[in-house]
Design a protein around this ligand. Structure first.
Ligand code: UFG
Length: 330
């Protein structure tokens, strides 16, 4: 199979490219490199550009016999999306519209779409099953939900089949240390805590300790990026075997509080990691835990890394060996 991966130089995209190559698939990458890193690219055909660059997409779909698309390319900062909603709708929704239109034009029938737990907003129940109502609390989640819905309508109209994967909290790095996580600015908990362990930050702020949780800090479901990558591979197989269009949650089904995550990081890094309690971050739900049962039953997916220490150890392997990330790009 030849698979076009948009956003293949980003965090989850680049790990998925590695995994697809390990599985013997042919991969073509399209990435603007606005957020992604040249250093995360593998030795595959690469096109630098935007999804809305129609001649570029025509070139990609004409030069390569693309069987399926795995679509990551998007802006994904919740806070930024609240400040600049139009920018997020433009980049995420219009970008996806352009990509999907070109897929239809070039008769490419399968897409795996990178969605998010942010589509649920404040969930009515935990663990979160896919049938719960979607009610995003920020423009980022809204744009992802809008794309899911756009894809749903494209199946009856154009025969375009899709799998939307709603990620919970992606974490960790390639266990072999080839690539890892590098965001600028960094806003995710585990990399921030590891930056404290590296002495790059003085302390980590715990955003709120008065939530309705056992220790008062927010609970999240941390899923290894390689397990996410494997779910994309299985979703592609599902579509190829004439599976139906579906939405799946991807998490391990277990939650860890911010305080627990910091404690695990202290243990793994053997560093003190000072932490202070800070005000709540706007829009953070108290608890997000996935029910991954549907993906397990229908895709045959089984997360391999269910021990948070191991997930953090892989992240630490990357961060301690690459304290400045893909510094050559910067
Ligand atoms: N947190 C801190 N201190 C920090 C950073 C984060 O206490 O310095 C807390 C947050 O408040 C949250 C938890 O750590 O409770 C995890 O925060 P992250 O920013 O790492 O991840 P989020 O859960 O906010 O975001 C993730 C994805 C988003 C997605 C969202 C869905 O990264 O893309 O889940 O709710 F939109």
């Amino acid at each position: 199979m030849t698979i076009l991966v948009t956003g293949g130089a980003g965090y989850i995209g680049s790990h998925t490219v590695l995994h697809l190559l390990d599985k013997g698939e042919d991969v073509v990458v399209l990435d603007s490199l606005e957020k992604g890193h040249a250093g995360a690219l593998q030795d595959v055909p690469f096109y630098q550009g935007e999804l809305r660059d129609e001649p570029l997409l025509d070139e990609v779909f004409t030069k390569h016999s693309i069987d399926a698309v795995v679509h990551f390319a998007a802006h994904s900062l919740v806070g930024e999306s609240v400040e600049q909603p139009l920018y997020y709708y433009e980049n995420n929704v219009l970008g996806s519209h352009a990509l999907i239109s070109k897929m239809v034009e070039h008769h490419v029938k399968h897409i795996v779409f990178s969605s998010t737990a942010a589509t649920y907003g404040e969930p009515e129940q935990i663990p979160i099953v896919e049938s719960l109502p979607t009610a995003p609390t920020n423009p980022y989640g809204e744009t992802k939900l809008a794309i899911e819905k756009m894809l749903r309508w494209c199946e009856p109209a154009y025969g375009l089949k899709s799998v939307s994967l709603r990620y919970f909290n992606a974490a960790g790095a390639d266990p072999k240390g080839r690539i890892g996580e590098d965001h600028l600015p960094e806003s995710h908990l585990i990399p921030i805590v590891l930056q404290v362990a590296l002495g790059q930050r003085q302390q980590v702020q715990i955003f709120g300790d008065d939530y309705d949780t056992e220790d008062g800090s927010c609970i999240r479901d941390y899923i290894h990026v390689m397990d996410l990558a494997d779910a994309h591979y299985l979703a592609l197989k599902h579509l190829k075997q004439t599976g139906s269009s579906e939405v799946y949650n991807l998490g391990i089904g277990q939650g860890f509080s911010v305080k627990e995550v910091i404690e695990v990081c202290r243990h793994v890094t053997e560093q003190e990691i000072p932490a202070v309690v800070a005000p709540r971050r706007t829009g953070d739900p108290a608890t997000l835990i996935a029910s991954p049962e549907k993906a397990k039953a229908q895709l045959g997916w089984e997360p391999r890394y269910t021990d948070l220490s191991e997930i953090v150890a892989h992240a630490w392997g990357w961060h301690s060996n690459h304290p400045n990330g893909y510094e050559k790009d910067k």
